[in-house]
Design a protein around this ligand. Structure first.
Ligand code: PLP
Ligand code: COI
Length: 344
């Protein structure tokens, strides 16, 4: 089936909301989900006392659809997003979305918006945003009586400006993103609300975002507001924080697999003391939206520590990781078992 694509300058997309044709919506009431439907309206009407509005009973996911060289439309590891949504839902005592319902809903939403899926070779992809919110009449701090699970999609380019161009981050000393036993490792809206002020400060100081330290000791690297951190040592190790307050990034665990199994690298998930950042010759931020954003430099206590020399060029290991990851995602490189899910 050939679909006439929308007239979009695919190569120059940023990460901005674009209304596409359909979104998916399902409602959970009286202990069960309805059949779900595709709707054109991109507004939601909910009860004024909904828990998602007052108490942050809300979680979400982010994944992408890609066009392969043969014109197939594929998803990257959607089962991992389904599992992580339900992990977040359990933490916030919300109704879970069965994994097959999640995947089916993602497929339906992508199929209904095929004209918006960026073509192969454009460098862009279709960002898919599933979200789960607590709704219905309630005012006490307790789980909602009803839930809405919805998905919208939009074509996107890179999250951080320039894509594979090194960007600088600022270490956040004034704010914590999330506490170790709190919700930092869950994909819940409150973590992002808490990051808005520090993010604005980082931007006002000329940085792409804050790089947060662990809340307990303020001595080790946690993550960026919307991406995990990793560093590459001179002896070819891929090192990433082992922290209870960072989101378990699907991209990061995919890069770990690639580093270990395709590039023969050693991987270490461990504490990364901020004082030891100079052990890395390359550093990056990774995530679905961010893909891999090479880190040119990190500012800490007034000094900018740069990577790969002066931080202006992308290093060789990150270049290789990026080529393999994106090659797998668009179907150019054979994927490990179960990573690529065909929509059509
Ligand atoms: N860390 C945070 C706080 C995020 O919001 C994201 C984005 O989803 C990531 C890391 C990267 O996770 P993933 O690779 O699963 O998209
Ligand atoms: C993602 O990478 O999917 C994210 O959710 C990051 C950000 C846009 C919140």
């Amino acid at each position: 089936m050939t679909v006439e694509k929308k007239e979009i300058d695919w190569g120059n997309l940023g990460f901005d909301y674009i209304k596409t044709d359909f979104r998916y919506v399902a409602r959970f009431k009286d202990g069960k989900w309805d059949d779900g439907e595709l709707v054109e309206d991109n507004h939601i009407s909910i009860h004024e006392s909904s828990t998602c509005l007052h108490y942050g009973q809300q979680c979400f996911e982010g994944l992408k659809a890609y066009t392969t060289p043969e014109g197939r439309i594929v998803l990257f590891r959607p089962d991992q997003n389904a599992k992580r949504l339900n992990r977040s839902a359990r933490r916030l005592v919300m109704a879970e979305v069965p994994e097959d319902m999640f995947i089916d809903a993602v497929e339906k939403t992508v199929r209904a918006n095929l004209a918006w899926v960026p073509p192969y070779g454009s460098g862009a992809s279709l960002y898919i945003r599933p979200y789960l919110i607590g709704v219905g009449e309630n005012i006490a701090v307790k789980p909602a009586p009803e839930y809405i699970f919805s998905i919208f999609v939009m074509p996107v380019g890179p999250y951080f400006k320039g894509g594979m161009t090194p960007i600088n981050f600022m270490i956040c000393e004034e704010y914590d993103r999330a506490a170790p036993m709190g919700t930092g490792s869950y994909k819940v809206g409150g973590n992002y609300a808490a990051s808005l002020e520090p993010n604005a400060k980082a931007k006002a100081s000329g940085f792409a975002d804050m790089l947060y330290l662990d809340a307990k000791t303020h001595s080790c690297i946690d993550e960026v507001g919307a991406a995990n951190f990793f560093g590459i040592t001179p002896d070819h190790q891929f090192v990433t924080p082992k922290s209870p307050s960072v989101l378990p990034s699907i991209t990061k665990y995919s890069l770990i697999h690639i580093a270990e199994n395709m590039l023969g690298m050693t991987v270490q998930e461990r504490d990364i003391p901020v004082a030891s950042l100079d052990q890395f010759v390359e550093a990056g931020a990774c995530g679905t939206a961010a893909v891999i954003s090479p880190i040119g430099g990190i500012s800490y206590q007034g000094k900018l520590l740069t990577f790969n020399g002066d931080g202006k060029e992308v290093g060789p290991v990150i270049t290789k990781l990026y080529e393999i990851l994106t090659g797998i995602q668009v179907g150019e490189i054979e994927a490990p078992e179960g990573w690529i899910h065909e929509v059509c």
